[in-house]
Design a protein around this ligand. Structure first.
Ligand SMILES: Cc1ncc(COP(=O)(O)O)c(C=O)c1O
Length: 392
């Protein structure tokens, strides 16, 4: 073996990137160190803290020495309540042995893509898309085929998807509500997607990270449609619903043969989720009552304040139907999204994420998270107004 080859990483990583958001965070840290106050809209975290009852359940698990290996698919108590939740709330006909507890949404998606994709197989991905999705696909040797979401909205889902279909297409990756746009697919659009997938015998990975952050309609799980469960891997996380981003807890539901491969991927990577964290998850599902609804009202308040404010300043910003992001257009400023985000940070101390980070279809936009204090939104908008008045 040549010396050069010895010091190479595997080909699987040749097209895998590191999040550009890390670069932005480093710039923010540097500015803060210099004493600047930054209006931070770049994040992706729920604004509240984890509810106390969840933290108490974790502490109690520690006190009771529930600290040993658990089954690598998850503790039966949690699997049981999650199955019930999927059956009743999501109308997904999952059975307990079709479920696995994973270390957050990212881990579930990782295991799902690993379980299905072969090198060279193509994945239809609506774009703009959550950046890691493309990297998760690349790590399997699979190929991402971007489908322009806005075009699909305007020209019809089926016609648009058809244009990207090839004999190599294996899978469609769906995320609704969507990050970064906040777009929520309507029931009709979801049905069209389901019919397309069935007609062309494809599989679906459904990323439902924001299922509890839908403002104007009920959340729809694609696996709930007739004949869809057997071809769908549904991925969920506690991160956004219960403000548990740092706990790393999620779950995946899929029928055979997929769930066995997903269980193998988890067994040979993390070998399951930390046991006290799973007891905390059980408390989240069984004991947290009004948290999600109360938060939804707070997110809506923040969304309306930010989106109306952006539109008043002349940014063209559609009202997002879900998640906690606004995605205004900056096209009229004549700069790339990276240039504009950098100028906004340097001159107005407003931190956002350039739209191009989320794929070519995101260019010409910025992502603002409104999961921040109301005061940050008001002062951030005032700083943005100053910035615009000086510039235009
Ligand atoms: C669309 C989407 N899917 C999945 C995830 C992953 O969530 P987790 O923090 O549980 O890994 C995120 C997190 O930001 C997300 O935005």
């Amino acid at each position: 073996m040549s010396a050069t080859l010895s010091f190479c990483v595997s080909d699987r990583f040749s097209d895998v990137g590191f999040s550009e958001i890390v670069v932005i965070r480093n710039k923010i840290l540097a500015l803060k160190k210099e004493g600047h106050q930054i209006f931070q809209f770049e994040g992706g975290e729920p604004f509240p803290n984890t509810p106390q009852v969840i933290k108490d359940a974790c502490l109690q698990a520690l006190v009771e020495n529930k600290t040993r290996y658990a089954p690598s698919s998850g503790i039966p108590e949690l699997i049981s309540v999650l199955t019930d939740k999927l059956n009743k709330k999501n109308h997904i006909p999952a059975e307990p042995n079709h479920l696995i507890v994973v270390a957050g949404g990212m881990h579930g998606l990782f295991a799902a893509f690993q379980a299905i994709l072969n090198p060279g197989e193509e994945v239809l991905l609506f774009s703009p898309y959550w950046t890691p999705t493309k990297d998760l696909i690349s790590m399997t040797g699979g190929k991402t085929v971007l489908v322009n979401t806005l075009k699909a909205h305007k020209e019809g889902i089926t016609n648009t998807l058809k244009a990207y279909l090839t004999p190599q297409t294996r899978l469609l990756c769906l995320s609704s509500p969507q990050n970064p746009t906040g777009i929520v697919f309507s029931r009709e659009e979801m049905l069209e997607i389901a019919n397309f997938v069935k007609t062309h015998n494809l599989l679906v990975i459904s990323d439902e990270a924001y299922e509890d952050l839908v403002y104007d309609q009920a959340h729809i799980s694609i696996a709930s449609f007739p004949d869809m469960y057997r071809r769908t891997i549904s991925c969920f996380t506690f991160s956004k619903s219960y403000a548990m981003t740092g706990w790393r807890l999620g779950y995946v539901a899929a029928p055979e043969p997929f769930i066995t491969a997903i269980k193998q991927s988890v067994l040979y990577s993390t070998n399951g989720v930390s046991t006290p964290t799973q007891w905390a998850g059980l408390a989240a599902v069984t004991q947290v009552t009004d948290f999600i609804e109360e938060n939804l009202a707070e997110y809506r308040r923040r969304r309306d304040l930010l989106v109306n404010g952006l539109n008043e300043l002349g940014f063209d910003c559609p009202m997002p139907g879900g998640a906690f992001y606004a995605f205004p257009s900056i096209k009229k400023f004549g700069k790339t999204s990276k240039e504009f985000a950098a100028t906004l940070l340097a001159e107005a101390k407003i931190a956002t994420v350039p739209g191009s980070v989320f794929g070519p279809e995101g260019e010409g936009h910025l992502r603002f998270s409104y999961s921040v204090a109301v005061e940050t939104i008001s002062s951030g908008l005032a700083a943005l107004k100053d910035f615009c008045e000086k510039r235009i």
